[in-house]
Design a protein around this ligand. Sequence first.
Ligand SMILES: C[S@@+](CC[C@H](N)C(=O)[O-])C[C@H]1O[C@@H](n2cnc3c(N)ncnc32)[C@H](O)[C@@H]1O
Length: 301
Amino acid sequence: MGWFSRWRKGKRQGADVARGGFNVFGGRRYLNNASYFLPKDNGEINRLDFQHYLLRYALQGNFAAPIGQPSSILDVGCGTGRWAMEMARTYPEANVIGLDLLPPPSEEQLNQLPEHDRRPENYLYMQGNALDGLPFPDRTFDFVHQRLLVAGIPVARWPAEVRDLVRVTRPGGWIELVEAIPASGGPAMNQLREWLVGVGLPRGVDIRTTHQIGQYLEAAGAREIAYRELNVQLGKAGGRVGQMMETNYFSLHDGIRGVAIAQGLTTPEQFDATLQQAKAEIATGRYVWPYYLAYGQRPTS
Ligand SMILES: C[S@@+](CC[C@H](N)C(=O)[O-])C[C@H]1O[C@@H](n2cnc3c(N)ncnc32)[C@H](O)[C@@H]1O
């Protein structure tokens, strides 16, 4: 396909974000010039990969929409690219693009990757900022996927951003969104959730909009909307998966510790004591971490 090889040659966008460099808070590295407030560092890479496998388990697959045999797939905010690379292997005839904010790794870095991390030939990573408008023509992809971008998209930008996802989808193609907001629970868990929400608010990001993804799809013109909640139990009560989800929960909060303190929302002592208390709540209670999934189809006419 012509467009795939053209982009292979390296169209670049989102360079403003990369040029802005990084801030370091509490030993974690964050983008300086983006709305996105979660870390961009090795710790977060590990968490995202770990979470990818948990989500694949919870969903019993990598997607829910009835996509048939797509020939082109876009993953917006692809993170480590784990989802997109698995899709490229599942659909070897399809061209798969993963788009995210940072520049792609160099050839040298790619060559050092272990075998299982090697990029399939039909997968291409592109640097781009979804908030600048997607750098693709209308009606390009059979399947457009966006997972866990709620920490990066200001709430006022969601309607236009989802319209752009629909724009680049072919008539008859599918758009799937997955978002999450950590469980509410005991007082400490609720406090952690409040800090997580609070970190986003000065950037216009409000993670409580997670529940509205189906409405955004509908307002953007998608039809045949389906909506699902994936409730993953947290902690021992949820068996092995629950314990893994608990690790993910604390790793996520470790990722906001530094920014929450830098923004004056809390102190190191208060944050750490609250984390300990949340551990005790999870050990004795039954809480779920809900993930929300919505998909819809671009009408054929
Ligand atoms: C929580 S991670 C999720 C990554 C991946 N979708 C997954 O499910 O594992 C969010 C990703 O979105 C990217 N991101 C945030 N804002 C973005 C934007 N405006 N345009 C493109 N990517 C963005 C971040 O750099 C990060 O890699």
